[in-house]
Design a protein around this ligand. Structure first.
Ligand SMILES: [Zn+2]
Length: 123
């Protein structure tokens, strides 16, 4: 898992995975793999669902520096948590990043980083 990361960052990364799964258990088993840039072109992350006798989620991440992999993992984990709502729109990439996905991403991100902004955005 993530041979590109330093020993310290690899431990931090595994801790994030552990916390994500513990605090937001996936409804099916989750496999996570990392691939080198050469083997995983065009994406930083991808979440897939494999149906069958033993359904599972697969998150693939490009081996990058810790911060990119952290962001990509949370991005894809938010897809996983929203999957049941979005699977029927899988062909429409706009819906993959709809408001429910965005709220889920923000919740995961602030939970893991301890960041919270008491002032609301004024968009
Ligand atoms: Zn996405």
């Amino acid at each position: 898992m993530a041979p590109n990361l330093s020993k310290v960052d690899r431990k931090r990364f595994l801790d994030v995975i552990h916390r994500l799964k513990k605090e937001n258990p996936p409804v099916f088993p989750l496999k996570i793999r990392t691939l080198s840039k050469d083997k995983f072109k065009g994406y930083y992350g991808l979440m897939q669902f494999f149906d069958g006798k033993k359904p599972y989620f697969l998150i693939t991440l490009r081996q990058s520096d810790y911060d990119i992999m952290f962001d990509s993992l949370i991005h894809e984990y938010a897809h996983l948590l929203c999957y049941s709502f979005q699977q029927h729109h899988a062909e429409d990439t706009v819906l993959w990043h709809d408001a429910s996905w965005g709220a889920t991403y923000a919740r995961l991100y602030s939970s893991l980083t301890g960041e919270s902004n008491p002032a609301k955005c004024s968009a």
